[in-house]
Design a protein around this ligand. Structure first.
Ligand code: SF4
Length: 196
């Protein structure tokens, strides 16, 4: 059997070329016309959008990569931590790293629904309809349950028939405004989903 003889320089040239081409393939950067390296780049033709993980009060920054599928529907295809976000500097915990499954879940609720009194079925409604209904219910309940003074005659101005949960995806300013508006209505039962 003949032996392959390589000088030290030739050895590094050969192994370096092999490593380079396989690394290129892993990164999806190799020549697409070459059948060996035909895999497309993972983030090819995607749009990058900055967002915030919705799961907890840490509010890590995430990068969402989306692209249109064969039906022309925009889909998120990849999520990773935002390295420029000072909160998480590119890292995500297991929940945040799995946010893609929540975004693309077939059971995710994407529009308002209502279950009318006496019905056991949920019905889709428009956002305008949803907001109008919410405001009407809030006004009716506040008119009925608002308490200006307690049993001792002390001014309390509270509305205990209503509670609110603020989104953990809110920034400081949105959280501050939500708090001010709800407190001005007399809401006592107020919390943020970030604490759950
Ligand atoms: S759930 Fe995890 S990734 Fe999301 S904000 Fe909290 S710590 Fe960050």
């Amino acid at each position: 059997m003949s032996q392959l003889k390589l000088t030290r320089r030739q050895f590094f040239q050969v192994t370096g070329a092999g490593l380079g081409s396989s690394s290129m393939a892993v990164m999806g950067l190799a020549n697409a016309a070459d059948p060996v390296f035909a895999r497309p780049a993972k983030l090819e033709k995607t749009t990058e959008t900055r967002s915030t993980c919705p799961y907890c009060s840490v509010s890590c920054g995430v990068l969402l990569y989306s692209r249109k599928d064969a039906d022309g529907k925009l889909r998120v295809v990849h999520v990773e931590g935002d390295p420029d976000n000072p909160v998480n500097k590119g890292t995500l915990c297991a929940k945040g790293a799995g946010v893609l499954d929540m975004i693309e879940s077939p059971s995710r609720l994407k529009f308002p629904e209502v279950r009318e009194p006496g019905s056991n079925a949920w019905k889709r409604i428009s956002w305008d309809d949803a907001f109008t209904r919410i405001v009407k219910h809030m006004k009716a309940d506040r008119d009925k349950n608002f308490q200006s003074k307690n049993a001792d005659g002390t001014t309390v101005n509270r509305w205990n028939g209503f509670g609110a949960l603020i989104s953990s995806a809110s920034n400081n300013e949105a959280g501050y405004l939500s708090h001010k508006v709800l407190r001005s209505l007399g809401v006592v039962a107020l919390d943020t989903q970030a604490r759950i």
